[in-house]
Design a protein around this ligand. Structure first.
Ligand code: SAM
Length: 292
């Protein structure tokens, strides 16, 4: 089977199977070999690696992954792609295709079954409508991860990288940076896909920290605080948290905690760094044995 990563071969496969794109599944297939090579190089895959691919489409990137990795599991939601994948991947013995919704797959179990519970690599040209739940699910369920190398919307890649004081800074930035080191490895214009998406894209590599950059007593509490403070972005941290009902503390008690950290009672959540959210959450944890 000729490499699929160019417009002619992709169109030939789509025509052979009379495939109809499903917008609801975020189907934009890669048709640029340079971009594919960049993703594979950035993921640093070796013959030792087990790779999880989310949304293989017609198998374009899967072919590259099979050439490099020990084993690949490709999870695809669209049943119509299965006969195509059976054809485009028939030369490879180191790949399993599962017809499932990635959000319903127990990836911890996959890591146990396929990689003895050792850290896995995730590589994908993600369906953009579920980028955040996929990435957060991988981190929050403590799947053993070595790295996640993914194509995402350009704006989302920016959100993952920025720090306090920028408009894109938010709960996603803090979560990604708590668990991993983000690096954008390529910007990818719409003409590298079929059909063309309406937005620019970027490949980002998230390398899992061996040790988190801050010490947090109660991760769940810290992320509840973070989410509550960004839900009402224009409000002060105290008002946002108080209105959310996440903590059973008065505004005065919240102000005392901020004061301990040398922060003003009028500060907004968007001004706090990861270190400050961690310190704030640790003090709240100490103070509040009745946190929900
Ligand atoms: N990897 C292919 C490529 O690069 O050409 C296709 C990428 S396309 C942006 C996203 C793929 O994810 C599509 O094949 C789509 O059907 C699949 N997909 C969408 N939602 C999914 C889900 N919840 N679980 C698994 N696959 C999904």
């Amino acid at each position: 089977m000729a490499s699929l990563g160019n417009p002619q071969n992709t169109i030939a496969v789509l025509q052979k199977y009379q495939f109809r794109f499903q917008k609801k599944f975020g189907q934009n297939f890669l048709i640029d070999p340079h971009v594919l090579e960049k993703i594979i190089a950035a993921a640093g895959i070796t013959r030792e690696d087990f790779v999880l691919e989310i949304g293989p489409g017609i198998g374009t990137m899967t072919q590259y992954l099979c050439e490099k990795a020990r084993e690949v599991l490709a999870v695809e939601i669209d049943q119509a792609l299965l006969p195509i994948l059976a054809d485009t991947l028939k030369e490879y013995e180191n790949v399993e295709v599962r017809n499932e919704d990635i959000l319903k797959v127990d990836i911890n179990q996959v890591a146990r079954e396929k990689n003895d519970g050792k850290p896995i690599k995730v590589v994908a040209n993600l369906p953009y409508y579920i980028t955040t739940p996929i990435i957060m699910g991988l981190f929050e369920s403590h799947v053993p991860i070595d790295s996640i190398t993914v194509m995402v919307q350009k704006e989302v890649a920016e959100r993952m990288q920025v720090g306090p004081g920028t408009k894109d800074y938010g709960a996603l930035s803090l979560a990604v940076q708590y668990y991993a080191r983000p690096e954008v490895v390529a910007n990818v214009p719409p003409n590298c896909f079929l059909p063309r998406p309406n937005v620019g894209s970027a490949v980002i590599r998230l390398t899992r920290h061996k040790k988190t950059p801050v010490q947090v007593e109660n991760e769940k509490l810290m992320f509840q605080i973070i989410r509550a403070s960004f839900n009402q972005r224009r409000k002060t941290l105290i008002n946002g948290l108080y209105n959310s009902g996440v903590l059973l503390l008065s505004k005065d008690e919240l102000a005392q905690v901020l004061e301990k950290l040398g922060l003003s009672a009028n500060i907004r959540g968007e001004a706090l760094s990861l270190e400050q959210f961690a310190a704030f959450s640790n003090l709240i944890q100490e103070k509040c044995s009745i946190c929900k």
